[in-house]
Design a protein around this ligand. Structure first.
Ligand SMILES: Cc1cc2nc3c(=O)[nH]c(=O)nc-3n(C[C@H](O)[C@H](O)[C@H](O)COP(=O)(O)OP(=O)(O)OC[C@H]3O[C@@H](n4cnc5c(N)ncnc54)[C@H](O)[C@@H]3O)c2cc1C
Length: 460
């Protein structure tokens, strides 16, 4: 049988993973990426090579803006304070389930990536303690076991049940706070009324209940490793080559127009679904489909990066979670993380004798563009860092606060349904964190790649 040619539009982590999986199944794969680098939102930026303008432009491409900076961003660049730092677009952290999946897919090639890990900590009154202690875990064991053993059928029954209802029913003592915090961390949404219990449990199970992980040298290292795997295994990567149009004839995707016209058997789009109709003629899709896709909302957050001149060695390598009550944001309480894995010298993200701290607090995309809400969220971030490092300001070299209103491509809420991987057009598929696949963020993007591999493998 003729080997099928697949075109993937976008070299985000979803597109790259799909390419790696399809190559393994014998498909011929070409990826088109509009930017000069792979990675999309899983981006890490070498700050020494940036100017104020280039940094701002990079952030703008990914719906991100620096809202606050200390000192001013202009001064940070003028004084070369960013030299030697590598920063992602904003806070990133991945679950152990993601690491396991990538190891499965890439085999030996993944050995080039060194993963640093932490359990989740919280600032107790006078010490740093585990968020869920061993005693907490034993007390919750029956519930945890039930979660790990529950089938997809049970998850589906819980898909329409809000976390508010679940917490009312099961949330007692420590279990209550764990459900409140985990549901928010997993969904990147603060409002428990709109978070689906099924989705939270499914993701929690998929993440393997492990701690949090971050790769040495930044998240981009993972994407670069997948890209190397693709090229080594015969895939073609066209960087700096935006797709201008998907060729659709007789309700069938037949190729793309990029630097020239290309013919393909299958076209897979990894771009934000809200932008699909900038490269596909919307007249060729059902009107309802177009309207729904354009209206889909993402999720947001305010991040904080802090460069500190000194640090308590006990803190280095630990990841903290916090919940800040009554902030008046949607959901009223907001959850966030403050991470010191990035402060480890072997993380390779900061120059010698500087300690990089990454943090974020969840908000809605609307709040991520509202200076007043952002001011409240910034104060919450700083206050929680202060709780962990009293008078951290005396050690502060610089701090920047990027706000993002497209953290997840599409928010997974009870009302907001992610589109299917299969589109109404034959041979045109969608992948990435915008589509229906288990998990949120990177997990969703990787799972969508696994699903497209199954769909295409079955259909040939
Ligand atoms: C600041 C921030 C923090 C985050 N934190 C986390 C986290 O802690 N954990 C987590 O799991 N997730 C997190 N996420 C989400 C995670 O980064 C995304 O879910 C994931 O990177 C999305 O991958 P993707 O492949 O679906 O899409 P993308 O990364 O958006 O990739 C799409 C690619 O398509 C390219 N493209 C667009 N148009 C065209 C065109 N016309 N032609 C060719 N190429 C095109 C883009 O340049 C891009 O490279 C975070 C996101 C942000 C922004």
């Amino acid at each position: 049988m003729k080997q099928k040619n697949v075109c993937i539009i976008g070299a985000g982590i979803g597109g790259l993973t799909a390419a790696a999986l399809l190559l393994k199944k014998g498909f011929s794969v070409e990826i088109f990426e509009k930017e000069p680098t792979v990675g999309g939102r899983a981006m890490s930026i070498q700050m020494s090579s940036q100017t104020l303008e280039s940094y701002k432009q990079t952030l703008t491409k990914y719906n991100t803006v620096i809202v606050f900076a200390e000192p001013a961003l202009e001064d940070i660049f003028r004084e070369n304070m960013f030299d030697g730092f590598t920063l992602d677009l904003g806070f990133h952290m991945i679950g152990s389930g993601i690491v396991v999946k990538l190891r499965d897919i890439l085999g030996e090639s993944f050995e080039k990536v060194t993963i640093l890990k932490s359990r989740l900590f919280e600032q107790k009154n006078d010490h740093f303690g585990y968020f869920a202690t061993t005693a907490d875990k034993i007390a919750m064991l029956p519930n945890i076991a039930r979660l790990l053993l529950s089938r997809e059928k049970t998850m589906r029954e819980l898909d329409t049940v809000s976390m508010t209802e679940t917490i009312k029913k099961y949330g007692k003592g420590k279990m209550k706070i764990i459900l409140e915090v985990n549901a928010r961390l997993i969904s990147t949404i603060n409002n428990l009324d709109v978070i689906s219990t099924g989705e939270v449990f499914r993701t929690q199970k998929d993440m393997r209940l492990g701690g949090v992980n971050y790769p040495q040298q930044g998240l981009l290292k993972i994407c670069q490793t997948i890209a190397e795997y693709i090229e080594k295994n015969g895939g073609r990567l066209h960087l700096n080559t935006p797709v201008k149009q998907i060729i659709i004839k007789k309700n069938k995707a037949q190729g793309v127009i990029a630097d020239k016209e290309y013919t393909f058997d299958i076209v897979v789009s990894n771009i934000l679904v809200q932008e699909l109709f900038s490269i596909a003629d919307e007249q060729l899709f059902p009107t309802d489909y177009v309207t729904t896709m354009k209206a889909l909302e993402g999720t947001g957050s305010l991040c904080g990066y802090y460069s500190l001149k000194n640090m308590n060695p006990d803190l280095i390598g630990k990841s903290f979670i916090f919940i800040e009550r009554n902030l008046g944001v949607e959901g009223n309480d907001a959850v966030g993380m403050i991470d010191f894995i990035t402060a480890k010298p072997e993380a390779g993200l900061s120059p010698p004798s500087r300690y990089l701290v990454q943090s974020y607090i969840i908000c809605t995309p609307k709040e991520a563009r509202d200076k007043k809400a952002l001011r409240t969220l910034k104060e919450a971030l700083d206050k929680n860092l202060e709780r962990i490092i009293p008078q951290y300001q005396s050690q502060l070299e610089w701090a920047i606060y990027p706000a993002i209103w497209h953290l997840d491509g599409v928010a997974k809420t009870l009302m907001n349904t992610k589109p299917d991987i299969q589109t109404p057009i034959e041979n045109l598929y969608l992948i990435g964190d915008c589509v229906k696949a288990p998990g949120i963020g990177i997990n969703c993007a990787i799972n969508s790649a696994r699903i497209i591999q199954e769909i295409l493998n079955k259909s040939t």
